[in-house]
Design a protein around this ligand. Sequence first.
Ligand SMILES: [Zn+2]
Length: 154
Amino acid sequence: MAGESIIREPTESEKQNFVDIMKPSYDTNFIKEMRKKEFEYAKKYQPFCRRCCKLDFEDAVAQLKLNITRFRGQNKVDSLVNIGSMDKYADKKRFELLMESEANDQIVVAGRREPRVVGWHVDYKCNVRGCNITVDMPLDVYDKWKGIKPADKK
Ligand SMILES: [Zn+2]
């Protein structure tokens, strides 16, 4: 409720999950945490919706700033935004698989350039805001994901 949230010192565990929008570096901290989370899922070749993550954060900041300007009185309004819940931007239910396409590279075979498949582009759509996300997978990761064994290939 607006006006009911009173500013207070966050506990140690909260400090890791919250950014204080009254501090000048608040968005730097947010971006840093978001990149960390994005990298965590990129290493697993799983989609992470950075666009939604950023938009939700910007919305939360805008709402808080509005509350702060509207609030009158001795107590200040809470200025902390929770950023500790970024795993939801990688929730599998969030994504629809759109398309898989080969990633080609050119190699020279007997003096001629020939395309060679080096991996796959896997395109997803985020169901929340229609964001497009592409995950690039090396061949071995793609085969494992699809359950393709080396013996199945020619
Ligand atoms: Zn999204």
